[in-house]
Ligand binder design. Structure first.
Ligand code: 13P
Length: 252
């Protein structure tokens, strides 16, 4: 059975004090209620990760960085390398979030470099893909996502590809309150699984966790997670409230 995952992408939110409070509340709830068999991941800002890892040690909660540099080290002012991330105690890294693609101009080639570096450093990439509203309205959404994967993850050999997590995040659903319907999420995620089977094989396709992201909250998580090809969620806004986030984690 595929690993079920709920990951919170905090984006550029919380001071360190607020982050400690939030992560502490999440960890406490996770220890007490242990939602069955899920991997719980938080992706706070880089500046908080080490402190939060220490503060929640032993809870079983895992950490992700929200991004990483596309170069290993050197004169890249302001960038954070995969080795730096690993030493914080994070074990995952989000790569290719639509905000990185649209606001910071990150292209597939750069994202592919990041994926390779992350894997070399034994970080698990949580790779985001998803179409814009106009691409969906034009009926191109499957093609767009296929191209995003062809240009990046599908260039990996099977051994490396099997280490990644995919997050389908339709851009029109991110931060808009407009969630994809469970059917829309299922349709795309089944299509992604088929693309994986075509590129690799059925077994690989069946083993890769595919998360949904985009205005997922406690009130709609259960019906989205009930879809056979949805293995969990990448949660933005709703991950900033411990109770809300944990009720999403209990939505399987
Ligand atoms: P929202 O849940 O705020 O729509 O954000 C989703 C997201 O971008 C997670 O990476």
């Amino acid at each position: 059975m595929r690993q079920r995952i709920v990951a919170g992408n905090w984006k550029m939110n919380t001071t360190l004090e607020e982050g400690l409070q939030l992560a502490g509340d999440v960890a406490k709830d996770y220890i007490k209620n242990r939602p069955g068999d899920i991997e719980l991941i938080m992706a706070p800002p880089f500046t908080h990760i080490s402190e939060l890892v220490k503060a929640t040690a032993g809870s079983g909660v895992k950490y992700a960085a929200q991004n990483c540099a596309s170069e290993k080290e050197g004169a890249y002012t302001g960038e954070v390398s995969v080795a730096m991330i690993r030493t914080t105690g994070a074990t995952y890294v989000i790569i290719g979030h639509s905000e990185r693609r649209t606001l910071f101009g990150e292209k597939d080639e750069t994202l592919f470099k990041k994926v390779r570096l992350a894997l070399e450093e034994s970080l698990v990439p949580i790779f985001c893909c998803g179409e814009l509203l106009e691409e969906r309205e034009a009926g191109n959404h499957f093609e767009v996502v296929k191209k995003q994967l062809d240009n990046t993850l599908f260039r990996l050999d099977e051994v490396d590809f099997r280490k990644v997590i995919i997050a389908y995040e339709p851009v029109w659903a991110i931060g808009t309150g407009k969630t994809a319907t469970p059917e829309q999420a299922q349709e795309m995620q089944a299509a992604i699984r088929k693309m994986i089977a075509e590129r690799y094989d059925e077994e690989t396709a069946n083993d890769i966790p595919i998360l949904y992201g985009g205005s997922c909250k406690a009130s709609n998580a259960a019906e989205i997670f009930a879809q056979p090809d949805v293995d969990g969620g990448l949660i933005g806004g709703a991950s900033l409230m411990a109770d809300e986030f944990m009720s999403i984690a209990r939505s399987f």
